[in-house]
Write a protein that binds this ligand. Structure first.
Ligand SMILES: *Cc1c(COP(=O)(O)O)cnc(C)c1O
Length: 399
């Protein structure tokens, strides 16, 4: 029996990147690739960013880790920064998106128990993705990723995404509901942008019934959608918000932010993390925030997003098989009328890194530091691939 040394949790492509600079990556044969995926919305500032490398190296020769038994200067600074940008009140630091969401789930349950709810319920959405740990997996609305891992956690009720009335119906029927957990834009689910009134309606509903509105901004956060956090572009302040991906630009760190009463739920002994927010991670994340701020990358993401969507519409709108281009800022989905997973390998062969999610949605999550010229290369390269693909797989007229 031939057992691979790395458990095959990913169907990996046969390419090894050995070096990066900005939006570019190089493989071990010296070939260059334009990274329009950013390691799945992680490297918002691109690869080998000089400011981040300098901050990481400087901190590496000073102090890596102490413990959350002690005060951590960088963690305190990062918390102040995130609180300032989000207008929320407090932060718990973790190491990943799934872990940040576990903290959110625990806050909702503990708050529920304190309010006398014996078996608290969290409303979650079809098509959602919240991570692979058992709590986050149970909240996730994708049967494929849950398959085989039962028994899952109880205490989640699922409703269709984008349907505030469905949430209201569950709330009306079930007095054990304590929270609503939702992505402002579904990422893994296919770059699904809800109607403009969806989040505000959920906010109003949660206010009326004393529920926590918990936003998973692991993919949408850190400037990607043209705001620091996508909810700000939708006019909503959540009670709980989770971050990871872009927060550390590739250095593992996650965060669970909370406001008001939700920020006071966790107390000594109720939750924790050995690594969460250690000096190295918090120093890198603080520097990420400073660069986003100084270079006004949220506004830049918004501008680039408009240009990219317009470019794709111009190039693709006339093609049979093209459905729409959607998204906000630098979170884009090109929706086709047929499965298009093969495009990922073809793009790689053309020196372009993209992704396909929900089978028919070509997803782009380029770095926020993209130049106009590089954005043009993405439009040209992706459009050519899509046009060729649609031409070859279309049913001939009259067939
Ligand atoms: C990627 C992602 C997660 C999981 O993050 P990990 O760091 O892989 O645990 C959770 N929620 C959303 C919306 C994501 O996109």
């Amino acid at each position: 029996m031939n057992i691979p040394a790395i458990m095959p949790t990913y169907g990996r492509m046969n390419v090894k990147f050995v070096r990066g600079a900005g939006v570019w990556l190089w493989d071990d044969e010296g070939r260059r690739y334009l990274d329009a995926l950013s390691g799945i919305a992680v490297c918002g500032l691109g690869h080998a960013h000089p400011r981040l490398a300098a901050a990481l190296c400087a901190q590496a020769s000073v102090l890596w880790h102490t413990s959350n038994l002690y005060r951590v200067e960088w963690q305190e600074r990062l918390a102040e920064t995130l609180i300032g940008r989000s207008a929320l009140d407090a932060v718990f630091f973790a190491n990943s998106g799934a872990e940040a969401n576990e903290a959110a789930i625990k806050i909702a349950r503990l708050a529920g128990h304190r309010a006398g709810v014996e078996r608290p319920v969290i409303i979650v959405m079809d098509g959602s993705f919240h991570g692979r740990t058992l709590g986050a997996l149970s909240a996730t609305g994708n049967a494929k990723v849950q398959q085989g891992f039962g028994p899952l956690l109880e205490g989640f009720v699922r409703v269709p995404y984008g349907d505030a009335a469905a949430v209201a119906r569950v709330v009306a029927e079930n007095p054990a509901v304590v929270a609503v957990m939702v992505e402002p834009i579904q990422g893994e689910g296919g770059v699904v942008v809800p109607a403009a009134d969806y989040l505000p309606e959920l906010r109003a509903l949660c206010d009326r019934h004393g529920l926590l509105l918990m936003l998973d901004e692991v993919q949408t956060g850190m400037g990607r959608t043209g705001h620091w956090f996508a909810c700000q572009g939708m006019g909503v302040r959540p009670d709980v918000m989770t971050l990871a991906k872009g927060l550390g630009n590739g250095f593992p760190i996650g965060a669970c932010l909370a406001a008001g009463a939700a920020a006071a739920v966790l107390q000594p002994g109720s939750h924790g993390s050995t690594f969460g927010g250690n000096p190295l991670a918090a120093c890198v994340a603080q520097t990420v925030c400073e660069v986003i701020e100084e270079q006004q990358l949220t506004a830049r993401a918004a501008t680039l997003g408009v240009a990219l969507r317009a470019g794709f519409k111009r190039e693709l709108a006339h093609l049979p098989g093209f459905v729409e281009v959607r998204g906000r800022g630098l979170m884009l989905g090109i929706v086709l009328d047929r499965p298009c997973g093969v495009l990922v390998q073809r793009a790689l062969e053309q020196g372009l890194l993209i992704n396909v999610t929900a089978e028919q949605v070509l997803r782009l999550l380029p770095p926020l530091i993209l130049s106009d010229e590089e954005a043009g290369l993405i439009v040209t390269g992706v459009s050519a691939l899509v046009a060729a693909f649609l031409a070859e797989t279309s049913v001939p007229a009259g067939a």
